[in-house]
Design a protein around this ligand. Sequence first.
Ligand SMILES: NC(=O)c1ccc[n+]([C@@H]2O[C@H](COP(=O)([O-])OP(=O)(O)OC[C@H]3O[C@@H](n4cnc5c(N)ncnc54)[C@H](O)[C@@H]3O)[C@@H](O)[C@H]2O)c1
Length: 403
Amino acid sequence: MNRRRFLANAGKGALALAAMPSMRALGANDRIRIGLIGAGDRGMQDLDDALKQPNIQCVAVADTYSRRRDLAKAKVPGIDTYDDPMRLLERNDIDAVINATPMHLHAKYFIAAIQANKDLYSEKTMTWNIPQAVACRKAAQASKQVIQIGVQHESSGGLADAREWIEAGYPGKVTMVESWISRNTPRGRGQWVRPVPDDCTLENVNWKLFLDGRPEPIFDANKYINWRLFWEFSGGNVTENMVHQNAWITSALTLELPIAAVMTGGVFSEKDGRQVPDTFNVTLEYPELIVVWQSTFSNSHFGLGQRFLGSNGTIENLDFRASSFYPEKANDPGVAAMQGANPGVNHMANWFECIRSRSKATNAPIEVGYRTAIAGHMANLSYRRKQRVTLEEAMAAPGSAWM
Ligand SMILES: NC(=O)c1ccc[n+]([C@@H]2O[C@H](COP(=O)([O-])OP(=O)(O)OC[C@H]3O[C@@H](n4cnc5c(N)ncnc54)[C@H](O)[C@@H]3O)[C@@H](O)[C@H]2O)c1
């Protein structure tokens, strides 16, 4: 979808919602009434997480698949359910919304939700392309709504450890970050592939709302359930997992946008008709620093991690647990290795706390969503074009450039 069409569509929703009364004023101890858009795997986890926090009530769920609406109702009896999220957003008794739809729909409901004066928890990656990231950021900056992007490791203790050491100057000048995710699945069962339930039929699914204008006239249950495998709806593991690590790295080192990106690889291990690559590496260039990230789906030995290689020492973080620091003896002989001990906070709880205090400074605010979306889309653009892509080239590319 090009930028003009996306903005026109988002605008239509906004027009319908423009007459909404503004959100009720919440006191510090008032109950926050939430709605969930997209009650799939992640949406239900987010809902569980939200309901564990004090004084939170879920009043409505929107999902285009009847099975998911039924499951949500079974979890929270008494809620209202809708297939069209715009109906949920029309309600003025909902304070805040969780958006856990497939990635290609994030921007549409992001903009509609904040224009309907709802505070917003929006799953990563914030948008499906760069023009949408620009539009969401503009809308967020113009709004008073409290936004948390679903990159939950921004609230982790390991990030707080790294920030403290960087602020104190321990690693010295960091010129290289190496980062990776390594996963595996039993032979014959591809990473991310989900079985398609028998009731996933045109009768039970609003296919048109899922497509949101994509030219797919024939219902395809596999695409509906396994949308992650296709460029039309997903950015592959760049937007599934690199986004988490890129957020962590850019926040720790206070990086802005990459100046260029290179990504190479292919579909080497998961020969199941998927379009997005399973084995690849990405190099993101920043001024005097490169961030390398690699992804594999056929070997899980080294798990997930990131290492900041500095002139005076190394910060290592494995699996988003506590971070470690190792001094470079050549430059800092007197410094001992350190183990981080910051506890971190619950990301959902941080959002609710900011809603109550009306602070826009959540742990993963719009800027984190914007930077990580753009870095990811630059990488995918490089992969699709088979060339290094600069920030200027990426910002000028049409929204459908990597489809
Ligand atoms: N933060 C994390 O760690 C994390 C983990 C997993 C997934 N996610 C993100 O959460 C999002 C959802 O992933 P998932 O695995 O739950 O996918 P999913 O397919 O299980 O769930 C998506 C849900 O959205 C519904 N849906 C589709 N079109 C819709 C529409 N127009 N309006 C309303 N509902 C619609 C589907 O019926 C489905 O129930 C993705 O963006 C994913 O990247 C984040």
